[in-house]
Design a protein around this ligand. Structure first.
Ligand SMILES: [Zn+2]
Length: 446
């Protein structure tokens, strides 16, 4: 009997030494079941000990990328809401479009999104959407890892909230442990205090976290102060939301006082800078959050604002946007970008066994080609990863010890079939009737 199920041979490995991210050359990585069992100098592990081997000479092994905030099935509407203000983006596009969705649309949309994520080296995503049983089925079949929360608006009532609790119970630990489920109220501007309080009570009873949008614009904060006398973050605190592990999406307009308050709780924040740049929402106080010890991870948001599910692109934009906003090129150095993308992502989703290539960790591994002209010379492999690499450099993807893509070929998703299924739904999906919308974005003065 071979000792290992999979042996990756001769690759460079992004790893940590004494707290710093470094790339070590010429290593073999041995995997048994769903875990990394050994990382050793090339040739040290006998090939005969492995059931299968992958020649990865010249490639860079990185931990599977973690997408901490998305709405995966929104790929169905890619490119339909361009160059519009945020109110119009929600009220004239997103929510009318989403009212067209039927459960099976979500299944095919989720598969398309997962195919794109695998091709981009993403092995774990946190989804905040509707018809989550279909998303969970797509995750189960495709082999990726996901944290899934069923998005709910306050106006849908407690019954709907309870239905999302049923989803949490149905799928918690599903797909052999690859699925975790949380509660996902939409936002403080579309869920009132009582609804948020009810959500927090249920999350605590279920022992799960809460994934929610918060303080996305200065206008939302101004509106919250006017309507409730407190910021959106304080509204969540007063409702008891932070008594459960919480993942806040965005937090662009968090105040100094908000950040000081959040310090005392188990709260992480997801950053999706492409959306912020595109919708001109501002720049989040990421440095202040990190200085306060708040965990920050990277997300892509849905593709109707970010157009791709490419975490490498978001990583790069996060660094560039932070430098530009601070007018300081020393801000957000490479090491910090790595820490946010990998350690931050794992901590934000409360999945401590991912985000690092080390013995005993879960085998979520991405092999990236390094032979492109844009990656030569390789004086600084981490700089290449952050500022030069492209999603198209991703060659082979392993999640939970299983190959999902090998030498550029998807192994678990029939992409032509997914495209065909979505194509015949497009005409129905892209209709927009303004009165037929899921929710209404409040008018704010930005
Ligand atoms: Zn979002």
């Amino acid at each position: 009997m071979p000792t290992y199920d999979l042996l990756i041979t001769g690759c460079d490995v992004l790893t940590r030494q004494d707290g710093s991210y470094v790339v070590v050359n010429d290593r073999d990585i041995a995997i048994a079941a769903n875990r990394i069992r050994a990382i050793a100098p090339a040739g040290q592990i006998d090939r005969a000990q492995a059931r299968e081997a992958i020649d990865a000479a010249g490639m860079l092994a990185i931990p599977g990328l973690i997408n901490c905030h998305t709405h995966a099935p929104m790929v169905l509407f890619r490119g339909l809401a361009e160059d519009v203000p945020i109110e119009s983006w929600f009220n004239d596009y997103i929510w009318p479009l989403e009212s067209n969705e039927e459960p099976e649309d979500i299944y095919w949309g989720a598969l398309l999104a997962i195919a794109e994520m695998i091709q981009s080296g993403v092995t774990t995503f946190a989804d905040h959407y509707f018809f989550c049983d279909e998303i969970a089925a797509a995750v189960e079949e495709s082999g990726v890892r996901a944290n899934i929360g069923w998005a709910v608006f306050g106006h849908e009532g407690i019954e709907k909230l309870d239905a999302t609790c049923e989803f949490v119970r149905r799928w918690q630990g599903g797909a052999g442990g690859r699925i975790t489920t949380w509660l996902a109220p939409h936002s403080p501007y579309l869920c009132d205090g009582d609804f948020l309080r009810a959500t927090a009570e249920r999350a605590k009873a279920l022992g799960v976290g809460i994934h929610i949008h918060c303080s996305e614009t200065q206008g939302q904060v101004a509106l919250s102060l006017k309507q409730h006398g407190v910021t959106p973050a304080v509204m969540l605190q007063q409702a008891g939301v932070f008594e459960a592990p919480t993942l806040l999406a965005h937090g662009i307009a968090l105040t100094h006082d908000d950040i000081a308050m959040l310090k005392g709780y188990d709260v992480a924040v997801a950053q999706c800078p492409k959306t912020y740049l595109k919708l001109a929402m501002g720049t989040a106080p990421v440095r202040a959050m990190r200085q306060a010890g708040i965990v920050v991870g990277i997300g892509t948001d849905g593709v109707v604002s970010s157009n791709t599910l490419d975490v490498l692109e978001q990583m790069r934009l996060l660094a560039l946007d932070q430098k530009q906003a601070a007018r300081d090129s020393t801000v957000m150095p490479l090491q910090e970008v790595m820490a946010i993308a990998f350690e931050g992502g794992a901590r934000a989703l409360r999945l401590p066994e991912i985000g690092e290539l080390a013995e005993g960790k879960l085998a979520d591994i991405v092999l990236m080609r390094q032979d492109g002209a844009h990656l030569f010379p390789r004086y600084n492999a981490i700089a290449n990863l952050v500022y030069s690499a492209r999603a198209g450099d991703v060659d082979t993807v392993i999640c939970d010890g299983k190959l999902l893509m090998r030498y550029g070929r998807l192994l678990t998703i029939d992409l032509p079939r997914v495209r065909a299924e979505i194509t015949r739904r497009l005409r129905r999906l892209n209709q927009r009737v303004a009165e037929k919308r899921l929710a209404t974005y409040p008018v704010t003065q930005d």
